[in-house]
Design a protein around this ligand. Structure first.
Ligand code: PRP
Ligand code: MN
Ligand code: MG
Length: 180
């Protein structure tokens, strides 16, 4: 018995695409052009963002890998307990790594993942998040690159789910509950 809701567009597909172009210009300055970049997506939320990011970086030698760390499950609130459900397939020691996340909320997920990956001694490790909700932070963490800073709204789309739905919307929308 789901509560009825509608989705209001907050950030359009066009705005997202323009922001990704700008972010990739910054990323190119940080990672050497003649070395392979390992782009790590955090499943599942980052799958749309990482797909657009790596295609914008088509001028670079890119390796794609995934890691799954879940804190929310189907709930709307963070459990604050981050579990690694699926580890990377590849080694990152001595390599250039960009970790891709859809949204930083309390910060627990990326904070945990970054500590884990730093322990594997990459040459350079950077983080990028499409969305940042700084007002919700519970740990001192900030991504190196941020697409959009947003207020404390429940957002969906472009990979982000509400109860595992709406990840396939091409824009970022906010959930507005209707009725009683
Ligand atoms: C969501 C989101 C981020 C994380 C952010 O993932 O995709 O990964 O929560 O929250 P935090 O900063 O409070 O840790 P979720 O655990 O819902 O898994 P999913 O990506 O599969 O939806
Ligand atoms: Mn996630
Ligand atoms: Mg989720």
């Amino acid at each position: 018995s789901a509560r009825p809701y509608v989705i209001d567009e907050m950030i359009s597909a066009k705005e997202i695409a323009a922001r990704i172009e700008a972010l990739c210009r910054d990323i190119r300055h940080v990672f050497p052009a003649d070395e392979r970049l390992v782009v790590v997506g955090l499943l599942r939320g980052s799958f749309v963002f990482i797909a657009d990011l790596v295609r914008e970086l088509s001028d670079r030698d890119v390796e794609v890998d995934f890691l799954e760390a879940s804190s929310y499950g189907d709930a709307m609130e963070s459990s604050r307990e981050v579990r690694i459900l699926k580890d990377l397939r590849g080694k990152i020691e001595g390599r250039n790594v960009l970790v891709v996340e859809d949204i930083v909320d309390t910060g627990h997920t990326l904070n945990h993942v970054i500590h884990l990956l730093e322990s594997r001694l990459p040459k350079q490790l950077r983080t990028i998040a499409l969305l940042d909700k700084p007002s919700r932070r519970e740990v001192d963490f900030r991504a190196d690159y941020i697409g959009f800073e947003i207020p404390d709204e429940f957002v969906v789309g472009y990979g982000i789910d509400y109860a595992q739905g709406n990840r396939n919307l091409p824009f970022i929308g906010k959930v507005r509950f209707t009725g009683a």
